[in-house]
Design a protein around this ligand. Structure first.
Ligand code: PRP
Length: 191
């Protein structure tokens, strides 16, 4: 957050949460752990757009087993529908996952509704195995219990941005994670 190159973001941020070095080190550790667990197997990474783009890019470079990657995108129907778990598939995978060792990669798991929907869709396609890696776990509002094999960091209930995570599509480019100023969350627009 003290990085001058990202001074544009400073007025919107309340507090630093995870600096770039900490993120990089943890993602490398996750990569090493996943590589150990999948030794002798190829991993098919399914990245959930858009927030996971940073962790996926870094995690792939930390994997020392054969890897392929595909992308899926979902969208909730809005805050009210979201509470019911209604999620819409807006970009499906390009390839079949039948018989493959699938690792779903998320940036953050909050209520768990998005991931629950995605896992349901993927399970029906009969992968050889199906596991989840998430950079951030925010268990405070969890509505469905999910099997999350790899967790980067567990965070309290804070609105955080950076390293792929956005507020109204902004701040994904920050190499660190910071808490957004609470008063901005209610505002209509930021310049
Ligand atoms: C985030 C995140 C998860 C979901 C988690 O995506 O990437 O997919 O929310 O929330 P949940 O556990 O409460 O369902 P978001 O909708 O912000 O889209 P984005 O990844 O494109 O930013």
């Amino acid at each position: 957050m003290s990085d001058e190159r990202f001074a544009f973001a400073r007025p919107y941020l309340a507090a630093p949460i995870l600096d770039a070095e900490t993120l990089q080190a943890r993602v490398r550790e996750m990569g090493a752990e996943i590589s150990r667990d999948y030794r002798g197997r190829a991993v098919h990474v399914v990245a959930v757009l858009k927030g996971s783009m940073m962790i996926v890019a870094d995690l792939l470079r930390a994997l020392t087993v054969p890897v392929s990657v595909d992308f899926i995108a979902v969208s909730s129907y809005g805050p009210e529908a979201r509470a019911s778990g209604a999620v819409r598939l807006i970009k499906d995978l390009d390839e079949s996952i039948a018989g493959r060792h699938v690792l779903v990669v998320e940036d953050v798991i909050d209520t768990g509704l998005t991931l629950n929907y995605i896992l349901g869709v993927l399970r029906r396609r009969q992968p050889a195995s199906l596991e989840v890696a998430t950079l951030l776990d925010k268990p405070a509002h969890r509505l469905v219990d999910l099997p999350i094999r790899y967790i980067g960091f567990t965070l309290p209930d804070r609105f955080v941005v950076g390293y792929g995570l956005d507020f109204r599509e902004r701040f994904r480019n920050l190499p660190f994670i910071a808490e957004l100023r609470e008063d901005l969350i209610e505002e209509e627009l930021i310049e």
